[in-house]
Design a protein around this ligand. Structure first.
Ligand SMILES: CC(C)(COP(=O)(O)OP(=O)(O)OC[C@H]1O[C@@H](n2cnc3c(N)ncnc32)[C@H](O)[C@@H]1OP(=O)(O)O)[C@@H](O)C(=O)NCCC(=O)NCCS
Length: 210
C-alpha cells in the first residue's frame, strides 16, 4: 500500500498555511489514530524556515506519513523537528519514513547535514538508515555533503546555552537571563565561553564578574 503514497512538499513562504496543506492537516487530524506518539500536523504554524513533506495516497485520501523540518540556509543544515509514519500501526506502510528522508536529502543535495534529537524508541531506526552518533549527547546526524566535528561541537554549545536559560528562568533568575542575553549580544561573552558550564550556581558566579 505504501506504493500508492506520493510525496508532496510544502514550503511556508509566509505565515499563512497554504490551502493544500491546510486540507491535508484536516485529513491528518481525522486519521490521528493511525499514528503513534508524534503528530507533525498538530499546532501547525508557518514561517519561512519550515518545510513539510507529506506522504499521501490521493486515491484513498490516506495520510501515509509526515515529516516537518527546519531549514538553516546560512549554515546549510536541516533539523528534523517531527516525523511520523503510518507504519507504526500498519506494516503495509513500511518504507515511508525512509522515503520521506530520502526526498529531503535529494532536494537539499548541497546542504552539509541533516540532524535531529531522536526519541529513545526511534533512535535505532535512524542509526539503521545511516544516521551517525558523532559523540554529541543529544543529536544524531546524517551527512549530506560534508560534516565537521566542529559543527557538532557548535550545536552542543547552543544546546547548553538554551538549557542554562531555561534553568535560570525556572529558578526565577530572570535578571540573569537578561544579563546573559545582553552580554552575548554585545559579544562580551560567546556561547562557546559558557559551553562547559552546567549549573545555575556556576553561571550566576560567572555573570557576577561582569
Ligand atoms: C520511526 C518511524 C518514523 C519509522 O518509519 P517507518 O516508515 O517505519 O520506517 P521504514 O519502514 O522506512 O524503516 C526503515 C528501516 O528501519 C527499520 N526500523 C523502523 N523502525 C525501527 C525502529 N524503531 N528501530 C529499529 N529499526 C527500525 C525498518 O525495519 C526498516 O528496515 P529494513 O530497511 O531493513 O526493512 C515510525 O516507526 C514512526 O512513525 N514511529 C512513531 C513516531 C516516531 O517515533 N517518530 C520519530 C520520532 S524522532
Amino acid at each position: 500500500m505504501s506504493e500508492s503514497c506520493s510525496i508532496y512538499r510544502f514550503d511556508c513562504n509566509d505565515e499563512e498555511i497554504p490551502p493544500n496543506l491546510q486540507y491535508l492537516i484536516s485529513i491528518a487530524k481525522q486519521q490521528k489514530i493511525a499514528f503513534k506518539d508524534i503528530f507533525p500536523w498538530e499546532d501547525y504554524s508557518c514561517s519561512s524556515d519550515i518545510v513539510s513533506y507529506v506522504a499521501f495516497d490521493p486515491g484513498n485520501q490516506v495520510i501515509c506519513g509526515w515529516i516537518k523540518i527546519i531549514v538553516f540556509p546560512e549554515d546549510k543544515r536541516i533539523y528534523i523537528s517531527l516525523l511520523s509514519s503510518r507504519s507504526s500501526t500498519d506494516p503495509n506502510y513500511r518504507g515511508i519514513g525512509t522515503k520521506l528522508i530520502n526526498n529531503i536529502i535529494s532536494d537539499f543535495r548541497d546542504y552539509n547535514f541533516i540532524y535531529l534529537q531522536p526519541t529513545f524508541k526511534a533512535r535505532s531506526f535512524y542509526l539503521h538508515i545511516g544516521f551517525k552518533d558523532y559523540g554529541s549527547p543529544y543529536y544524531l546526524f546524517k551527512p549530506i555533503a560534508k560534516i565537521e566535528t566542529s559543527d557538532v561541537q557548535k550545536l552542543d554549545n547552543e544546546y547548553n546555552y538554551n538549557l542554562l536559560i531555561i534553568a535560570l528562568e525556572s529558578e526565577g533568575l530572570d535578571r540573569y537571563v537578561r544579563k546573559l542575553e545582553r552580554l552575548i549580544d554585545k559579544k562580551e561573552l560567546s556561547i562557546n565561553d559558557i559551553a562547559n558550564i552546567k549549573t545555575v550556581d556556576d553561571i550566576v558566579l560567572l555573570l557576577n564578574t561582569f
